[in-house]
Ligand binder design. Structure first.
Ligand code: NAI
Length: 465
């Protein structure tokens, strides 16, 4: 079996960075080089201010950077020196062409694969780390075999990443499972074992699952679709709770006590976000459509429609509660990241909610502890459209402090479950707000009876009024 001594990871993003930093940390004898075409991102990985925020990440990076962990823009050199290459590039939803709005854009995967074929001078194990449609490995193999300059051998593995942003380091250090798919040939199985041996430096053997390539690729899409489906299911129930007087937290608790269901991912909210759920479900929908399975496609698509509905329903509740107009009213938005403990805003429910509030001519003031101001500006105004940005600029303010954001506001709206929002001085916030002072909890995180006692007019998703 090949013993992996040198790893290259193409793509220094939310997955490539933390995943390979943990590999370097746990396997001191393996040299790990993470490369990216984005120079600013690599410079940040080499600085004191890492490009992404994840609890525990900085300690891991600092412990092995420049020892056996390197960040570089020298893509070709790192490919050449590695025995195993992770392809961890972005796979966004296609914006144009065939499958636009549904299919994954595989341009970055293809370009990274072509680069490997052009540069490699020795045989390599190439690992799909990016989330890709089922059978992408076959395309990668075709590209590698057709473009390789010398008579080299490439083994392709699928090793999808299951980490969640905000808990990435814990998820990587103690994964529920590591999934490795390979061709069921002697060479494929040998490559699978070589990668398994990297993980068993710290992951118990029984948690390393091996499957065929296609099962591995599909399992990642299936896992995300099922997780998102649970959120959409509980969010659908939250609407029924509001209409009937049931309490969604009580319903979720009672259901979650059923050991067949389990209690995780049953928290109602303003809607799921993040770079993966929507994209991966769309990917599955597209796959089903391509396989001529329209009912299957419609079934999974409903998970996304429910999520959109939940965001719209939340804004519509704000509007009706504030006497059917929010024109010129000041709305304080607490939280913009798609969830706590990350600065990532991709597909954040806050983007839709804030855009809808702006559309209603509200004055919106946002505070988020980790999201950069520029990111918020980019998310809420159409990138590149200056007029739009100037227009948004008249209605939007970004604050460095929750109290400043809430001053003179008509309503406070919680959109991310940051822990610090639990311990704010709500008495002080109430005093500084216009009256009646409304508070909308889109994350079911605050003590509503306490806030009511202060004087707030409160509303929370799935709770009796
Ligand atoms: P990202 O956008 O943060 O990072 C991807 C990086 O790849 C970028 O920095 C980009 O510059 C770089 N890149 C693209 N093409 C390149 C090339 N040819 N050569 C060198 N660098 C190149 O994306 P993220 O979030 O890390 O996701 C990567 C993959 O992992 C995606 O397929 C995603 O679906 C999947 N995934 C993401 C998770 C997440 O929580 N973000 C969790 C599990 C899987």
């Amino acid at each position: 079996m090949t013993q992996v001594k040198s790893i290259c990871c193409i793509g220094a993003g939310y997955v490539g960075g933390p995943t390979c930093a943990v590999i370097a940390y746990k396997c001191p004898e393996i040299k790990v080089t993470i490369v990216d075409v984005n120079e600013a991102r690599i410079a940040a990985w080499n600085s004191d201010e890492l490009p992404i925020y994840e609890p525990g990440l900085e300690e891991i990076v600092m412990a092995c950077r420049d020892k056996n962990l390197f960040f570089s823009t020298e893509v070709d050199q790192a490919i050449d020196q590695a025995d195993l290459i992770f392809v961890s590039v972005n796979t966004p939803t296609k914006r144009a062409g065939v499958g636009a709005g549904r299919a994954a854009d595989l341009a970055y995967v293809e370009s990274a694969t072509r680069r490997i074929a052009q540069v490699a001078k020795s045989s390599k194990i190439v690992v799909e780390k990016s989330t890709v449609p089922c059978r992408t490995a076959e395309s990668m193999r075709a590209i590698l075999e057709a473009n390789a300059t010398t008579d080299l051998h490439f083994d392709i593995l699928s090793n999808p990443e299951f980490l969640a942003e905000g808990t990435a380091i814990q998820d990587l250090l103690k994964p529920d499972r590591v999934l490795i798919g390979s061709m069921q040939t002697p060479e494929g199985i040998c490559a699978q074992q070589a990668l398994a041996q990297v993980y068993t430096h710290w992951v118990p053997q029984e948690r390393v699952i091996t499957t065929n390539l296609w099962s591995s690729e599909l399992s990642k899409l299936a896992a995300n679709a099922m997780l998102a489906q649970r959120i959409s299911s509980v969010n659908a129930l939250s609407a029924i709770c509001e209409a009937t007087g049931a309490d969604v937290d009580e319903v979720a608790f009672a259901c979650g006590r059923d050991s067949r269901l389990g209690s995780k991912f049953l928290k109602a909210s303003v809607g799921f976000g993040g770079s993966c759920f929507q994209k991966d479900i769309l990917n599955l929908v597209y796959l089903a459509e391509q396989m001529n399975l329209p009912e299957v496609a419609a079934y999974w698509y409903q998970v996304i429609l429910m999520n959109e509905h939940q965001k719209k329903r939340f804004v519509s509740n704000i509007l009706s509660t504030l006497f059917n107009t929010i024109t010129n009213k000041k709305i304080c938005v607490l939280g913009f990241a798609f969830k706590k403990d990350t600065g990532d805003t991709r597909e954040s429910a806050a983007i839709t909610v804030v855009k809808d509030l702006l559309q209603e001519q509200a004055r919106v003031v946002i505070y988020d502890p980790k999201v950069a101001d520029e990111q918020i500006w980019m998310d809420v105004s159409e990138p590149g459209v200056l007029d739009n940005r100037a227009m948004v600029g008249k209605q939007l303010t970004i604050c460095k402090d929750a109290y400043e954001a809430a001053k003179d506001a008509d309503a406070v709206v919680i959109l991310t479950e940051w822990d610090e929002f639990k311990t704010l001085d709500y008495q002080r916030i109430y005093q500084d707000m216009n009256k009646p002072a409304f508070l909308f909890d889109g994350r079911l995180m605050l003590d509503m009876p306490k806030l009511k006692a202060i004087g707030f007019k409160t509303q929370a998703i799935g709770k009796p009024c």
